[in-house]
Design a protein. Structure first.
Length: 132
């Protein structure tokens, strides 16, 4: 799978790992500067990246969550309190239960692409303001 980097500032993209080392439907955690990012390869070889810190538990566990879907939207369920988040934009789709421990109940989403067999993540993020 090969993707072309967007025309935006490609210097924001960080090389995370070889694509073929990611196991479909499982996540891995990457430390980029002081940010923990959860990276997922799905069974269709699409790649997604979101913040690894669960806003409900405060634990760095999202990369160990359970992948799934809500309709056409790929999701990740936190392994602690089981809230479900969209892998597309990080939005919490199931906020019931424990209150969020942070200002938002959503994850930060990071654009991820595969280029020359490597997974690259845009560390500027799309949702949230952690990485401005």
């Amino acid at each position: 799978m090969t993707a072309v980097l967007p025309d935006a500032d490609s210097a924001r993209y960080v090389d995370i790992c070889p694509f073929d080392q990611l196991i479909p439907e499982l996540g891995v955690a990457a430390l980029v500067d002081d940010r923990q990012i959860a990276v997922f390869r799905l069974s269709d070889d699409s790649v997604f990246a979101v913040s690894n810190i669960c806003p409900f538990s405060g634990a760095a566990v999202i990369s160990r969550g359970i992948t799934g879907s809500r309709g056409e939207t790929p999701t990740i369920a936190s392994p602690i309190y089981k809230q479900v988040f969209s892998l597309v934009d990080g939005l919490c789709l199931d906020p019931a239960g424990m209150p969020a421990r942070s200002d938002t109940a959503d994850l930060i989403s990071y654009p991820a692409v595969v280029e020359n067999g490597r997974v690259l993540v845009d560390v500027a993020g799309v949702h949230g303001d952690e990485c401005t």
